[in-house]
Design a protein around this ligand. Structure first.
Ligand SMILES: C[S@@+](CC[C@H](N)C(=O)[O-])C[C@H]1O[C@@H](n2cnc3c(N)ncnc32)[C@H](O)[C@@H]1O
Length: 202
């Protein structure tokens, strides 16, 4: 932890994996994504999952025909996810790197980005940078589908995300097609998640 800013650094996240202390990990793909998939509301194609962790969303997407890329800068996350993909005989590109430093080979490449407990993990100071990077990697008209954590608490991570936070940060680059509390959230996040379906503006 950076003591001046109290912000999490890469080694703080890695420590969670070293100590097997991952309170955020649902142990399964978040149920709202399954429903969206069943309803045909996740556009098939190239998808990126930033801060993918152990990658339950990555595995689910790979199983269902997406060309998936997961990004995480914690070795513990990446090693575990690569092993899971191999064990299940699934394909996926897993990048061990900082999401904010994806190079230009990722620009305008993806049809979809899936947000799950990453926007709340980064410092609020990085939120605009998140928007710029997600917008950059998506194709024109590409979608960001995310669960945004409304902790209603001070400090973090996880950092609180209000409806206003989402509207303020995303409106310039994205059309917000849907933004509502999610009924299918996992038990520990009931009434605390915004499901956002956002479309990149051309
Ligand atoms: C709260 S965890 C969520 C993991 C996963 N999305 C989940 O819900 O199980 C946040 C993850 O983001 C990763 N992370 C944080 N900042 C990152 C960055 N700048 N670039 C890449 N990964 C990052 C951490 O290593 C951690 O695995």
């Amino acid at each position: 932890m950076n003591e001046e800013t109290k912000e999490y650094k890469q080694e703080d996240w890695q420590r969670h994996y070293d100590e097997d202390d991952m309170g955020w990990d649902l142990g399964q793909v978040a149920p709202p994504f399954v429903r969206l998939w069943v309803e045909g509301n996740l556009p098939l194609g190239k998808v990126l999952v930033p801060g993918c962790g152990r990658g339950h969303e990555v595995l689910f997407l790979a199983e269902n025909g997406f060309e998936v890329t997961g990004v995480d800068f914690s070795k513990g996350a990446v090693t575990h996810l690569k092993k899971s993909l191999t064990e299940r005989n699934l394909k996926g590109q897993i990048l061990y790197q900082d999401f904010f430093s994806l190079d230009s080979t990722h620009t305008s490449v993806y049809d979809l980005a899936i947000e799950q407990t990453f926007f709340c993990a980064i410092s609020p100071r990085q939120r605009q940078n998140y928007v710029l990077n997600v917008s950059r990697i998506l194709k024109p008209g590409g979608m960001l589908v995310g669960l945004f954590y409304h902790t209603d608490k001070e400090g973090g991570p996880p950092y609180n995300t209000t409806r206003e936070d989402i509207e303020t940060h995303f409106s310039e680059k994205f059309e917000i097609l849907k933004l509502e509390k999610e009924p299918l959230s996992a038990e520990q996040r009931k009434d605390k998640e915004w499901l956002g379906i956002l479309k990149k503006k051309d």
